[in-house]
Design a protein around this ligand. Structure first.
Ligand code: ZN
Length: 848
């Protein structure tokens, strides 16, 4: 059975009729970088499935010629072509009926190289010698292949592609497959032909043209791997290569399927709207996600590159080889790749303890998914625009967290076996979510579909309540629902428990009925920390666990702190409870747990008035100063990566919230001496900027211009967001609309809105330029600006205005994410309203 015969295709106006099915595209593009235009031809082998006098395919912002259809040596030319802008189609009509059978369609077309960072687009970069260069590149996901060539632009209509590019002689050109020929034409231009691709979806086609260089190839099981970069960046590729070689090897083994393409190029693109894109064999990246200098970068920055490279390479199988049938399945692609990036990273560097490190990220999903406005991970998608709104925390983070929960419940090997069955069964084809569950059921004998439907098809997550040895569940809610709620009611919860006095981990399924767990001493629920739920112990149980903090694993401790933070947000625990608990962490190098504590510092810092901030300073000092005394300012020979990360957290907290004079002085001295690298780099820059000294903005600007790595460039670009001087923040806001690259600008504005002192002012200015931002910034990225408002907890009155503005001025793509940010803002407003009067006194109580 072919799944693309789904009834959906005949009723959904965004889907094409199945009267013509593409099989093989031959595409030729003549690229004019200076004129910012291209001309193309397409020869498409198709199967006509019934006699038709017209057919439609997707095309947008293209001028398309008449179609010539070759059937049995006859050529039939279309009588008319009609473009439809709403559905982005071109319909060709004929004076006679085209008979069913094989045919070849020829088209020629022209288009512009746009500056919107989608479709086939153009951008520029300036090299170290101040020379400006032009590049052209593609970004087709989700539905922008149609902006480069007329095609059946749906994931289920898979075909092969043979791409030929005509480019200026001096330019390099890359596509999904190996180059098979390069010829200099009489015009002096160069024609580059690439091998035919495997059968795949249109959104995975890619080509890149410009002054790029490629690293030497490393062979991984017969596949050459290269890093491709804008000229002059050859010193920044070693780390990505090391990561990629491991990842490719790891996935070939994990999936038990050879790499499906003929080569892997990882390409750094100077202007890129997303983080990276999994085009088969020609993976494109934002420069910061690929190019890095290990001698100056922080651990977090190195890890970021590793995770993104792992993620994209996992997609070569999960997404590229096996693809969702329609866009509602995109969650599975993204959730799985996010899950695999962590699993692969844990294999690459087990000492990073990446699953514990995932906890703070996962908390973002918990905080959004505990709101009544949440959504199920999977929901019906009609238009591609709705799909663009799916690229959020719930898809990537909640999705990967519930897959991890399932993997831990089934066991790693059984889970992997199920994935192998799924990929082998559906290679080169398309699937729906249920196909994965049935493969996992086959491998495990467990009712995987029944379990997972409760996590995927309803929003929210449970609160597991522990009374003695009895577990029950109810929906976790931050607030009582005032209207309709998307939070579900009952889950099949894979619960892992263990006794802190020893013994094995027990896995059980908690359903609607209470579950009694074997209890031998102190019982820990969510053992191993992979459960996507919150746990509420009775007071005796919690006290017993708090006393045995050192018997927990790092991830279990991090989860306990996250559960406590959630309990503060619902008004069941206080900031003081969390800070008392944190006293038990002072001997532990655990950034994942400490980052929850620092989240509480930051929230308290925003809630408290100036008069009470000394109370917070004393708490921060008492918790963090002993850590800094132990860790020191400089790396200790042989220390763990966690120690380095924790040092950065502690220095940052002492500078920002304790205003520790010695820490500030040391940070300023290092900033002035240009000693800004490694784990402390961001903390040093932030502390310096917080002081609001004259001239530091100019220093940052200079260092940004002269930066020798993308990470340094970003560091100094974002530095003003930490400034204690509102004038600096406002000045930077203005630059976001002029000199800052559009790939960065919306994120910079979001960071400026988070500025404690000037954030509200920035938000107001942003509303005045709302339409301009919509025009200027890449589609869908305005949500990054709005995300900053979740820090407005202390501004209850403004929050009303903020909500009103964003509800009456919706973004075109991602309004659901905007709503999520507004809900988080309101949650923080409620927290601030509840705590404000007593917080200072509570914190003073702690220092006595
Ligand atoms: Zn992805």
């Amino acid at each position: 059975m072919k799944k693309n015969d789904d009834a959906n295709t005949s009723t959904n106006p965004y889907r094409l009729p199945r009267t013509v099915i593409p099989k093989a595209y031959q595409l030729r593009f003549d690229v004019d970088l200076d004129g910012a235009v291209f001309a193309g031809t397409a020869e498409i082998d198709v199967v006509i499935t019934e006699g038709i006098a017209e057919f439609a395919l997707n095309a947008a912002e293209l001028a398309v010629s008449a179609a010539t259809v070759r059937i049995n040596e006859r050529e039939i030319i279309s009588a008319s072509v009609t473009m439809n802008d709403e559905f982005e189609t071109a319909t060709f009509r004929f004076d006679e009926t085209l008979p069913e059978g094989n045919a070849t369609i020829s088209l020629s077309f022209t288009g512009i190289l746009n500056d919107q960072l989608r479709g086939f687009y153009r951008s520029t970069f300036v090299d170290a010698q101040e020379v400006e260069h032009v590049i052209a590149t593609t970004q087709f996901a989700s539905t922008d292949a149609r902006r480069a060539f007329p095609c059946w632009d749906e994931p289920a209509l898979k075909a092969t592609y043979q791409v030929t590019l005509e480019v200026p002689e001096s330019m390099a050109a890359f596509s999904n497959t190996n180059e098979i020929s390069s010829t200099t034409l009489v015009s002096g231009r160069r024609e580059v032909c690439f091998a035919e691709t495997m059968i795949m979806s249109t959104y995975l086609v890619a080509f890149v043209v410009g002054p790029f260089e490629a690293s030497p190839a490393t062979d991984v099981a017969g596949t050459p791997v290269r890093i491709v970069y804008p000229i002059g960046n050859g010193h920044l590729v070693e780390w990505a290569m090391e990561v990629a070689v491991h990842a490719l090897d790891y996935f070939i083994d994990y999936f038990d399927i050879p790499y499906p393409g003929d080569k892997v190029d990882l390409v750094a693109v100077p202007d890129f709207a997303f983080g990276a894109m999994e085009n088969l064999g020609c993976v494109t990246f934002r420069e910061t996600e690929l190019l890095i200098d290990p001698s100056t970068a922080s651990h977090a920055e190195m890890e970021r590159v590793a995770l993104v490279v792992n993620h994209e390479l996992a997609h070569m199988w999960f997404g590229d080889l096996v693809t969702m049938d329609w866009w509602e399945g995109i969650w599975l692609n993204e959730a799985f790749a996010t899950f695999m990036e962590l699993l692969c990273s844990d294999d690459f560097r087990p000492e990073w303890k990446k699953w514990a490190g995932f906890n703070p990220t996962r908390d973002m999903a918990f905080s959004i998914d505990g709101q009544h406005s949440t959504r199920p991970i999977e929901f019906k998608v009609v238009s591609p625009d709705e799909c663009r709104g799916m690229f959020d925390v719930l898809t990537y983070i909640k999705g990967s967290a519930v897959l991890r929960m399932l993997e831990q419940y089934l066991g790693g090997t059984v889970f992997r076996d199920g994935i192998r069955i799924y990929l082998k069964r559906h290679a080169y084809a398309n699937t729906v979510t249920a196909d994965l569950w049935s493969a996992l059921e086959e491998a495990s004998g467990q009712p995987v579909g029944e379990i997972m439907d409760t996590w995927i098809l309803q929003g929210g997550y449970p609160l597991v309540c522990v009374e003695g040895s009895t577990l029950t569940q109810r929906p976790f809610e931050y607030t009582k629902a005032s209207g309709s709620s998307n939070i579900g009611s009952n889950w099949k919860v894979p619960v892992m428990t263990r006794s802190l006095d020893g013994g094995p981990v027990t896995a059980q399924l908690l359903e609607a009925a209470p579950l009694v767990v074997a209890s031998d001493g102190v019982t820990l629920v969510n053992a191993g920390g992979s459960g996507f739920y919150r746990t509420a112990y009775d007071s005796d149980g919690l006290a017993a666990i708090a006393e045995r903090l050192s018997d927990l694993d790092e991830i279990e401790r991090a989860v306990l702190f996250s559960d406590t933070w959630a309990s503060i947000l619902v008004g069941q625990s206080s900031f003081a409870d969390l800070f008392v608990l944190a006293r038990g962490l002072i001997d532990l190098d655990e950034p994942s747990t400490w980052s929850v504590v620092v989240r509480a510092f930051d929230m308290a810092n925003r809630i408290l008035d100036e008069a009470d901030r000394d109370a917070l300073a004393a708490v921060v000092q008492s918790l963090c100063a002993p850590l800094l005394a132990r860790l020191g300012w400089d790396p200790i020979e042989g220390e763990t990566t966690q120690a380095g990360e924790l040092r950065a957290i502690v220095v940052g907290a002492l500078g920002a919230y304790a205003r520790d004079e010695a820490v500030v002085a040391e940070a300023l001295a290092r900033f002035d001496a240009g000693q800004v690298s490694g784990d402390l780099a961001n903390a040093i820059v932030a502390i310096t900027m917080q002081q609001g000294r004259l001239g530091d903005l100019e220093t940052c600007e200079q260092r940004r211009e002269n930066a020798t790595s993308p990470q340094d460039e970003q560091r100094y670009l974002f530095a003003p967001a930490s400034s204690g001087d509102p004038a600096v923040v406002l000045d930077t806001f203005a630059r976001a609309f002029s000199t800052v690259r559009t790939q960065d600008a919306p994120y910079l504005v979001g960071a400026l809105i988070r500025n404690r002192e000037a954030g509200p002012q920035v938000w107001k200015l942003m509303t005045e330029r709302w339409d301009e931002a919509d025009e200027l910034f890449p589609e869908g990225s305005n949500v990054a600006m709005v995300a900053g408002v979740m820090t407005f907890g202390a501004h209850g009155q403004l929050a009303v205005e903020v909500r009103k503005f964003h509800e009456t001025n919706p973004v075109r793509v991602g309004q659901q994410q905007v709503e999520q940010s507004l809900d988080l803002m309101d949650l923080h407003v409620a927290l601030a309203a509840r705590c404000k009067a007593s917080l200072g006194t509570d914190l003073r109580g702690l220092s006595h």
